[in-house]
Design a protein around this ligand. Sequence first.
Ligand SMILES: [Zn+2]
Length: 82
Amino acid sequence: MAEAPTTRPGYVNPQRQKVLRRVPWVDGGMDGQYVYILRCIRAGCGYEYGEEGIRVHQRRCPRCDDGAPGLPIPAEAPTLFT
Ligand SMILES: [Zn+2]
């Protein structure tokens, strides 16, 4: 399955939410959506949270931009930046 441009690491949506990476150990739901870790890059925030790929392009920050609560980031995150 090809990845959409809006879920590539480094993509920043119009609400200033940046895609950090996909969560590879979370299975897609019924609709096959992967979960991605997003980071708010609005000034003074930097909040990180999870979201399904299909919603990444329109996501607003849950902390500083009235977005819906994000999905939890699984605690057993493997180290991807070695
Ligand atoms: Zn924010």
